[in-house]
Each structure stands twice: as structure tokens, then as C-alpha cells.
Ligand binder design. Sequence first.
Ligand code: C2O
Ligand code: CU
Length: 480
Amino acid sequence: MKKHLGTALTTVAMIAGVALLGFLAWSWWQSRLPGNYDVMSYGAIDDGGAQPIAHDHFGVASLTGPKGKPDYKVTLTAEKAPVRLTSGQEVNAWTFNGGAPGPELRIRQGDLVQVTLVNKDIGDGVTIHWHGLDVPNAEDGVAGVTQNAVEPGGRYVYRFRPEQVGTFWYHTHQDASQGVKQGLFGALVIGPKHRPRGLDLALPVHTFSGRTAIGTHDDVWRKAVQPGTPVRLRLINTDSASAQFQLVGMLPSVVAIDGADIAPARVPAGEPIEIGAGGRYDIAFRMPNGVASVEVENSKAALALSPDGTGNPTAAPSGPAFDPAARAQAKPVLQGAHFDRTFQLTISKKVGFLNGRPGRHWALNGELYPRVPMFEVAKGDLVRINLTNDSSSVHPMHLHGHHFLVLTRNGKAVSPWSTDTLLMLPHERYSVALRANNPGLWMLHCHNLQHAADGLTMHLMYAGVTTPYRAGKSAHNDPE
Ligand code: C2O
Ligand code: CU
């Protein structure tokens, strides 16, 4: 009797073991990405509670910028080149026109822009994405979604007419976690038709091989400025981690976030500015009769403005960061508004296989890339997204082609602001609104580009859209 029971138990255990192995093998097998694939064929379509009607069918390649004679023309050539930081340190960078950052593009609102991208020798391929500019979909620069990566020897022409005024940046969106880190990015400023007087500086911050720099200044950047001069500083975080900036010796106000003006908000003394990966803050103040400095925390990089250009930055005690949600209350907006659809987006970690790799991976609504949700909208919709960061990491969530209007944080109404890169701290919840007014197939991903490469990426699609491009190794397209 005992013996029979023992045999039966062993048999059951063996069957269970084989079943488990079979399940694991199957999970592994079906998680593997094919050599190339249409990003639209994987995502699980989520219509946000209402079936969007496709009034027509269109391919992303048809959604191009305006034709005609450009007002602003530039060629950006991607090439490998050594870049010398101001401390003397040389880094092997991937550059645009020999520099990292690439050239600062200053464009006037309403100008027709034409940028020719040439790839000299970046073997992985290159594209240009205009981070924060709501350009037509075919100009968005996402390899495998809106175009093919430009291979060495190739070129691609981007055309758009920016109507937004503010601080943006551009960067490659082919193997972005590598390419941006290596230096394929630059500052992009859209100015009003009449440029105001004063000093206006774009400050792209980047960490090159462990050295943080403002532009190429990895030590103190000194500049002479007449007292009384109006100063506008455009802080751009091009790294994958958040950056904190100390503002000392001036009375600064935040005047814009992510390329959209806000009512000027005074920054109390000792409050650093925290900017998530990919985000921008514009700071304005009147030049004092002394040293006004901006320091990037945990680095040697700083900007020191002074009347004679010889000043040193002075460290200040650093308190909790400036909180855009807690600005003097602008009225809550869209209360009681009718949303055409509402999406939930929860970020967590989950054990499973990501493209055949076992581990704890990022999951969106409980699914691993590429079987993540794909939000489907129709043109004109007012859309609500409830985002939950159910993880202990920071996620700056970036949507292409649109801006989020922040409505609530952790269930409480906030002083609303417009953002394209929403910094979500661990376990935070946000509710945002957007107007679906830019048809296409758009990325929605974490701008910690390593997170994105590890699967924290998905798409927002307009009903009726298709893409002729394919992602994957054999297609040589890897957006993240
Ligand atoms: Cu700045 Cu999808 O990126
Ligand atoms: Cu992230």
C-alpha cells in the first residue's frame, strides 16, 4: 500500500515537473521577437472604453510636413568624433556636425524648417526625433515606426513648421539608449517672431563617460553679464536619470516647463529644480550685482554669471525640489469635462521572459513588451490617461506628438501644467488629459532610455493608421 502511494506521488510530481518545464519553454519561445515585425501587430488594442471610428485609412508615411521653400535649412551629419570637454578631458563621442551636443538650433515660430540628416559612419544607424515638438507623424524620427533608420552613407529630410514657442531638444531615436548616451542630441529652441532682449542660454546637461557637462562645460562656465540684464536659462536634461539644479544668488522664477509657458512661479531660496530625463525648465531672472550661479548637483558642472565674468559659484543648502504641482493655484481645469475615452496605464515589474531573457522586467498593465497595451483614439477625442507608478523606480513618461495636461496627482487636483515628459516618482499616480489632434502612430515610453530598451515602451495609435516600417534586428530598426 505504502509503496503504491509512493509510486503514485512520484508519477504526479514527474508529470507536474514536465508540465512546468513545458510551460516555461512555451513562455520563453513565444516571448521571442521575430527578426522583424510590425509594432502594431503585437500590442493589445485598448480603446479606452469606446470604439473609435476610423473615418479613413492612412499610412504614417503620408503624414508629412508642409511642402514649399524652407525658411530655415540645416544639414546635420552624424559621425564619430572625439569631443574635448572644457576640463581638457576628451571623450569618444557620436556627434552631429562634429560636436556633442550637436549644433544648437534656434528657429523662429512659424518658419518652415528643413533638416537634412546625413549618416557618415554610425554603424547602428541614426534618426532625429524632435523631442517635445508636435510635428507631423512622418517627421517624428522613430526608427521602425515612422521611418527606417538612416544607415551609413544614407540621408533623410525632415520638414515641419513649429507653432510652439519654447525649449526642446533633438536626438536620435534609433537604438536611442546607446546613441543619445554617446552624444547624438542637441538643443532646439523655438523663439517668438520678435526676440526679446537680454541673455538667453540653452543649457543641455549630459553625462559623457561619467562626466556631467553643461554643453561641453564639465567644470565652471564663467560668463560676464551686465547687472540688470534680463536672463533666461533653458535647462535641458538629456540624461536618463533625473538631474537637480541649484540656483544661487538670484531671484529665479520658473517661466516654462517642457516648452510651454506657465505663469512665472518664484523659486524659493534653497529649492533646487529637479528635472526628469528628457524634461526642460526655463528659468528667468534679472541679473544681480553679484554672482548668479546654476550648479548641477553631484557634479562639477556649473554656470557662473557675474558682472566681470570671474565669479565662482557658491554652494547653498539644498531642500526639497520645486514642485510644479504646488504652484500658486491656477484653477483646476476640465473638472466635469466629458472624456471620449479613459485609459489606465500601470507600470510594475513582473517575472517572465522578455525576448527570451528570463528575469523581472518592466510590465505595462501587467504585460511585457511587445504585448503591451496600444491605446487607440480617434481624431478630435478628449482623452484621459490615469498613470500609476507601481514600482520603486522613477519613470519620466514621454508621449510623442502631444502634450499632457496634468490634472491630478495621487488623487488630488493640482495647479495644471502642460508636459511632454511627466516625471513620476515611485508609487505616484497621475491623471492627465490630452487632445488627440495629431494623427499617426506615436510612441509612449519612459525617457530613462535604459528602461525603454528594457521594455517600458508602447504606442498610441489613431484609428485607421498603418505603418509600412518594421522594427527588429533584421529590419535594422530599433527605436529604443
Ligand atoms: Cu526624447 Cu521617444 O523620445
Ligand atoms: Cu522608467
